[in-house]
Design a protein around this ligand. Structure first.
Ligand code: SF4
Ligand code: SF4
Length: 440
């Protein structure tokens, strides 16, 4: 193995990658479902207000929800049809989210978009297009992209990092988008650089995606132009290489201070899929209403990388892929390290979903957990240098409020500690409880 690959210093693990089921499958366009259920909260912030009424006719790409005050992102119709319900959707974290259901008009034609030159637009124009398109961090917590691209005036931003690490096992969405849409990603990167008023971008990609590294290097070379310096950085295969703070350290050697944000050290991080969405918004005037997701695991008949409309229900996806296998044991929205187990196929795909895993018994760990044996493995694995064992013991003893000095709020729930724990302790769940207390 090439030991000179970039990486972060502290902690991390190397779970089984499990990407072979889908990494070589080209992105497939899923036929439009009869209905979509579009949640008005698919972003970090407040839910949007519906701008349509029941029975209204809507076109693909129409604005149907908007956050009027505070943090949020626009929501658009993902199919043409009529509004058949304004109600609530279930979500992986068991919350009821206000949502708009659209029943598709089977005779409607797909909308087409013509590329337009963006070079004459001002930074403000570009930012406005990103805002109008409702773009959020794809594959993450859904932080509105236009807000992330507007750091405080005193922040001295000099570096953009695009996250193409895709370090979660099973997921191959970013990998396929990098392979199949490299021109759009590099053009989107230039637009992001122009908005930020800087020249330097790095694209960090785990070294297990050599083909993506090569194709993006070639694309950068082909699209070379003054005013943009874009470098592709292969990264050591180590989870959680794609986490924001770890990625910044791997690529630049800079460390985000405790409770700080990347802009404190001059960096903005975006996902490669977000760069593609920015390209769509600016060059095509196309809002974010469809995305690529990985459907994988031995529990689904036909694993795939699917391009789906936002609001497509898991049920429709499972039907399209030939159904679930009889030995399906668990469904996870997201990756196995940071995703959420779900119990219903009624859930819709949102802007932040990167994949859905259908796992069989032999792909999951069902052993009961035991007491902490103080092996210290979780301390070694934690990339934030926390003491997950200590925090967990306090929470179990009903003393969660006393964990604040142990820094649970620095935990970003990567799951490394639970992954290595020989006693199978539910460390992430215990730390979540400590975080709730600490926030109070
Ligand atoms: S889940 Fe939290 S405590 Fe556990 S390893 Fe990750 S950051 Fe550390
Ligand atoms: S890894 Fe598990 S058993 Fe070992 S110290 Fe941490 S919590 Fe305890």
């Amino acid at each position: 193995m090439n030991t000179s690959l970039l990486t972060f210093a502290k902690g991390g693990v190397h779970p089984n990658e499990s990407k072979t089921l889908t990494e070589h499958l080209a992105i497939e366009l899923m036929p439009l479902p009869e209905q979509v259920e579009i949640p008005l909260l698919q972003h970090f912030g407040a839910p949007g207000k519906p701008l349509v009424n029941k029975k209204d006719r809507v076109q693909e790409g129409d604005l149907i929800g908007r956050v009027e005050n505070g943090l949020g992102a626009n929501i658009h119709a993902s199919v043409t049809g009529h509004v058949s319900n304004i109600g609530f959707s279930s979500s992986p974290v068991a919350l009821q989210i206000p949502s708009i259901t659209i029943t598709r008009d089977p005779d409607a034609q797909n909308k087409t978009y013509t590329p337009q030159d963006w070079k004459g637009l001002t930074r403000q124009d570009l930012l406005q297009k990103v805002k109008e398109a409702g773009i959020v961090g794809i594959g993450g917590a859904g932080f509105p992209t236009h807000v992330k691209l507007s750091p405080p005036p005193n922040a001295k931003i000099d570096t953009l990092i695009l996250n193409g690490a895709e370090c979660e096992p099973y997921l191959t969405t970013d990998h396929r988008v990098m392979l199949e849409q490299p021109e759009e990603i590099i053009a989107g990167t230039k637009i992001l650089l122009r908005i930020l008023g800087i020249e330097q971008a790095y694209i960090g990609i785990e070294a297990n995606k050599k083909d993506a590294v090569e194709i993006l290097k070639k694309t950068v070379q082909n699209q070379k132009e003054n005013g943009f310096r874009i470098q592709i950085n292969p990264l050591k295969v180590k989870y959680p290489q794609g986490s924001e703070k770890q990625l910044i350290e791997s690529v630049t050697g800079r460390k985000v201070p405790g409770f700080g944000l990347p802009f404190d050290i001059g960096v903005i991080v975006q996902n490669v899929g977000t760069a593609k969405a920015v390209y769509d918004a600016v060059v095509l005037n196309k809002p974010l209403y469809e995305k690529v997701i990985t459907i994988s695991g031995k529990g689904i008949n036909r694993p795939a990388n699917l391009q789906v409309r936002i609001g497509t229900r898991l049920n429709d996806i499972v039907q399209y892929l030939g159904g679930a296998r009889p030995d399906l044991a668990k469904i996870i929205m997201g990756g196995p390290m940071m995703g959420f187990a779900v119990s219903s196929l009624d859930l819709p795909v949102t802007k932040t979903v990167s994949g859905v895993l259908f796992l069989t018994q032999d792909e999951i760990d069902t052993e009961p957990h035991g007491p902490c044996i103080r092996c210290g493995w979780c301390l070694e694995a934690c990339p934030m240098g926390l003491a997950p064992n200590e925090i967990g013991l306090y929470v179990e003893a009903g003393r969660a409020a006393e964990t604040a000095p142990l820094g649970p709020l620095e935990c970003f729930e990567c799951g490394c500690c639970a992954y290595v724990c020989p006693a199978k302790r539910p460390l992430v769940q215990l730390i979540r409880l400590a975080k709730l207390k600490a926030k109070k």
